[in-house]
Write a protein that binds this ligand. Structure first.
Ligand code: ADP
Ligand code: ZN
Length: 214
């Protein structure tokens, strides 16, 4: 089963994606994680995308299509995948549909998590990410004693992503609304699109997603 998960930054997409891949045993393809790994490694790709990402802008459609083509060609992508963070524009959605037709694959469901803007700005300005293991938490939950310590791997490596600063968050939201939200409808013309209310406890939202996937 192939799936796509979409939603504004901070909608809980990463958390829900992890749950879905565990339940369904499919591979998790997160373009945000792939790009952050490239930046961290200092590769040519990483150097090309670093400034664009820090500003909350989108990496070009051509580059993203190349990345996704290469990723979907790998063998582990034959037994089901969950795309997270891609497609993010109508052009990417159209490119993906053409690519899938070419390699004779389809998409079983597109899950769109919907969360109001004000809630997003609040959530993201407190978000912390672990540089070592990628774990995501918040200032409120780590407390003041050891504010940089990762609760998952124990490294002193929690930090605020450049693109989680408030001005950048507002820019990412605007980019989401003008470019990504319409891409969900494009996918919905061809594939099953399920819009899910993303406000509530993570377990509750996971339940809503399971409900529509059954
Ligand atoms: P978010 O937390 O906003 O969902 P991601 O971790 O998915 O963010 O992606 C972080 C950044 O990586 C984006 O703001 C963008 O700059 C870049 N990026 C990731 N996926 C794509 C894509 N499909 N097209 C263009 N840029 C992308
Ligand atoms: Zn960690």
């Amino acid at each position: 089963m192939n799936m796509i998960i979409m939603g504004p930054p901070g909608c809980g997409k990463g958390t829900q994606a992890n749950g879905i891949v565990q339940n369904l045993g499919v591979v998790h393809i997160s373009t945000g994680d792939m790009l952050r790994a490239a930046v961290k490694s200092g590769s040519e790709l990483g150097q090309r995308v670093e400034a664009v990402m820090a500003a909350g802008e989108l990496v070009s459609d051509d580059l993203m299509m190349d990345i996704i083509k290469e990723r979907l060609r790998q063998r582990d992508a034959n037994d089901g995948w969950l795309l997270d963070g891609f497609p993010r524009t109508v052009e990417q959605a159209e490119g993906l549909m053409a690519l899938l037709d070419e390699i004779d694959q389809s998409v079983g469901a597109v899950v769109s998590l919907e969360v109001p803007n004000e809630e997003i700005v609040q959530r993201l300005s407190g978000r912390l990410t672990c540089r070592e293991c990628g774990f995501v938490t918040s200032r409120q939950s780590v407390g003041a004693d050891d504010p940089n310590r990762c609760p998952q791997c124990g490294a002193e490596a929690l930090y605020q992503r450049d693109d989680d600063r408030e001005e950048t968050v507002r820019n990412r939201l605007e980019v989401y609304q003008t470019k990504t939200y319409p891409a969900a409808a494009t996918l919905g013309d061809r594939y099953r699109l399920e819009r899910i209310d993303g406000v509530g406890e993570p377990a509750e939202i996971a339940q809503r997603i399971r409900g529509v996937l059954e």
